[in-house]
Design a protein around this ligand. Structure first.
Ligand code: ADP
Ligand code: MG
Length: 246
């Protein structure tokens, strides 16, 4: 990894599902420590874009560099990037047959080759940070949605990633659980993590985002600081979107 590299560099990204083009020449850069909120209507390509950043989806044209490493077909590059990029999904995606603690130690032990004792100590530190250490020996199914999502965040942090990607982490949660997850994300942001968050939580965006990216029909329509985006959106589509979510 190159010193002073951008955290993420996406250049003219093009992605098709079959014959259906879902990303049209998408370009963006994220500096180390920046927090980006990505929003836009359903189907606009938000998930596809962030899933391309760790090759959960293949792209067809354009370049992606993460922490200075090009995301191409080379497995070493892909693995290197995946080690440094944590991801949190809408539906948590915890392993249901493993305890909370096992969910947290698995990847550090397998991928980072950390011994069990160290991995468990580290996992407890992160479970404390997301305020759920008392559930370490429970199974995901015994936890509320908000608790599961906080475990998912802790699990991602156990890999000590440089970058965290969030794909609508609160949109499957009951309203009363949203803030417990957002509070964890705010703390993470304030701790200096580089973050790309797909979310419609505009209060979160105002509070922590350095930039808000608005997507529509597979294109980035706006890329602006939150104050500009919220108070002076430049496009009819973003105005319409804001009128619906605010
Ligand atoms: P968003 O996250 O903004 O709702 P997505 O990235 O999920 O949008 O989807 C963008 C477009 O790609 C949509 O038209 C969607 O139907 C399509 N799409 C998403 N995933 C797949 C897939 N696995 N196969 C085919 N089409 C898909
Ligand atoms: Mg999505």
């Amino acid at each position: 990894m190159t010193a002073n590299a951008l955290a993420i560099e996406v250049n003219s990204l093009v992605k098709y599902y079959g014959a259906h083009q879902v990303l049209h020449d998408v370009s963006l850069t994220v500096k180390p420590g920046e927090k980006i909120v990505v929003c836009g209507p359903s189907g606009s390509g938000k998930s596809t874009l962030i899933r391309c950043l760790n090759k959960l989806e293949d792209h067809q044209r354009g370049k992606i560099r993460v922490l200075g490493t090009e995301l191409n077909d080379e497995i070493e590059n892909i693995n290197e990037i995946r080690r440094e990029v944590g991801m949190v999904f809408q539906h948590f995606n915890l392993f249901p047959h493993l305890s909370v603690l096992e969910n947290c130690v698995l990847a550090p032990m397998l991928v980072r080759k950390i011994d069990r004792k160290t991995a468990e100590e580290q996992a407890m530190t992160y479970l404390e940070r997301v305020k759920i250490p008392q559930k370490a020996h429970n199974f995901p199914g015994q936890l509320s949605g908000g608790q599961q999502q906080r475990v998912a965040i802790a699990r991602a942090l156990c890999m000590k990633p440089e970058i965290m990607l969030f794909d609508e982490p609160t949109s499957a949660l009951d309203p009363e659980m949203i803030s417990e997850v957002l509070d964890v994300m705010i703390e993470l942001a304030q701790g200096g993590m580089t973050m790309v968050c797909v979310t419609h939580e505009m209060g979160f965006a105002r509070k922590v985002a350095d930039r808000v990216i608005f997507m529509d029909q597979g294109r980035i329509v706006e890329d602006a600081p939150p104050a500009d985006f919220f108070d002076n959106p430049q496009h009819e589509r973003s105005k319409l979107f804001l009128s619906q979510v605010l």
